[in-house]
Ligand binder design. Structure first.
Ligand code: CTP
Length: 404
């Protein structure tokens, strides 16, 4: 399945780099064309000459490869290779390179290329067990996953240091299979399609220091944006306040209130092929925002009332105007789910509604999984089992891609 595939291999400075010649050989044997870039530190573990001989191409080391030793332009090599590649694999990925990628550094050939490519990037971390378990490394890995990098977990076993635990580079066979799987799945069925996604909570100001909000983490909407971008769509993500990394190749716009989200959605809905509204939009907002902090002194009694007015339903407005776009909504229901969701589907003139219950174990706010039921305007209702939000996103997009 690697026949005629273009693979970039980034090699960084860990002991497992000594295995990369076998990796290059295995990929080329299966029909792939491999270009290798490596860091200076990686040269300590594997010779560039070995990798260039096996790949049949010069290896790039350093951000500014020497013209004389490279067949491609020293100034734009990262752009050229970025456009050429179908996938990039960084193996081994050291703790240092994970930290740099999580923060957008471009200080060597591998990190520069990782920033420049649009294709899928697979990371195969390999390091000592304590470095892998370190909170900083784990935080960086979590960030990278949110950004849309595929992270292959290191294998358990004896490490070069003599310690035992997770940290080994997966077997060459496993790395090649992962590459094959990703290249196979990366059918760009949404290429050329424009998709607008909303995510996260809205916050409605009461005064300069207080607001009404909700528990939405934004994870479901971000997963949809991430998955759609990986399937080739041109994705715009409009989000409320969340603490999530922006997925690679996604345009992100931050808003606060329901009204701001409505304006942003209407502005960006023009000409899109699909709109997927996963945001938890406030249904009510204070009738007035106090310009100064509301004080408790001088108030009688022990209760306080706040007058609220209804917000405009963004999804309903979009569903009514839709202009040919496929419109997908979410329904968060704690009781009578199916009936309520079907009513929303009808009333908001949607093509598909995704029903979930925040009270179910493994569904709802701040979890990484969801238990969703997909209810299309026409066709079969499908109750999905507990899946990662990323997998639920793909299930939704499987339906959307048939309609756009
Ligand atoms: N939604 C919206 N604008 C609003 C309220 C909701 O666009 N002002 C969208 C949400 O993004 C979601 C869908 O409507 O896709 C359903 O949201 P939900 O809160 O489940 O339902 P509501 O229609 O608000 O009804 P209720 O709160 O009574 O269940």
């Amino acid at each position: 399945m690697l026949k005629n595939k273009h693979i970039l291999l980034g090699v960084t400075g860990g002991i497992a780099a000594y295995k990369t010649p076998l990796l290059v050989r295995e990929c080329t044997k299966r029909g792939a064309s491999v270009r290798v870039v490596m860091t200076d530190a990686a040269k300590e573990f594997v010779a560039p000459l070995t990798l260039s001989t096996l790949s049949g191409h010069r290896v790039i080391v350093g951000t500014f490869p020497d013209q004389a030793s490279s067949t491609i332009d020293a100034g734009t090599w990262h752009i050229e290779l970025g456009q050429w590649a179908h996938a990039m694999l960084i193996a081994p990925a050291t703790a240092n390179v994970l930290a740099k990628l999580a923060h957008g550094y471009a200080d060597n050939a591998v990190t520069t290329l990782a920033l420049a490519v649009r294709c899928r990037i697979i990371l195969a971390p390999a390091m000592d067990v304590d470095m892998w378990h370190h909170q900083a490394t784990q935080d960086n890995v979590a960030k990278l996953k949110e950004m849309g990098y595929t992270v292959l977990p290191p294998q358990e076993g004896e490490l070069a240091s003599g310690l035992v635990g997770p940290g080994r580079l997966p077997e060459i066979e496993t790395l090649v299979l992962s590459l094959e799987e990703i290249l196979h799945k990366a059918d760009q069925d949404l290429k050329g399609k424009k998709i607008l996604v909303t995510a996260g909570p809205t916050v409605e100001a009461i005064d300069p220091v207080r607001f009404i909000g909700n528990w939405s983490s934004g994870k479901m909407g971000f997963a949809v944006a991430n998955a759609a971008a990986q399937r080739g769509a041109d994705v715009t993500l409009i989000t409320g306040r969340v603490s999530l990394q922006t997925p690679r190749n996604v345009k992100r716009l931050d808003v606060e209130s329901a009204e701001q989200m409505r304006h942003a959605v209407i502005k960006h809905a023009k000409g899109v092929d699909a709109i997927i509204m996963a945001a938890a939009v406030a249904d009510y907002t204070p009738t007035r925002i106090s310009p100064t902090k509301i004080k408790k002194e001088g108030r009688n009694g022990s209760t306080f009332s706040l007058e609220l007015k209804k917000t405009k339903d963004i999804l309903k407005q979009i569903g009514e105007q839709k202009n040919g776009a496929v419109v997908v909504g979410f329904a968060l229901e704690t009781d009578n789910g199916l009936r309520n969701a079907q009513r929303k589907l009808r009333e908001k003139k949607l093509d598909l509604i995704v029903l979930n219950n925040p009270l179910e174990q493994g569904a709802g706010f701040n979890t990484d999984t969801n238990i969703a039921t997909l209810i299309p305007k026409r066709g079969k209702i499908v109750k999905l089992k507990k899946l990662s939000k990323f997998d639920v996103a793909h299930q939704i997009l499987d339906r959307v891609s048939k309609m756009v």
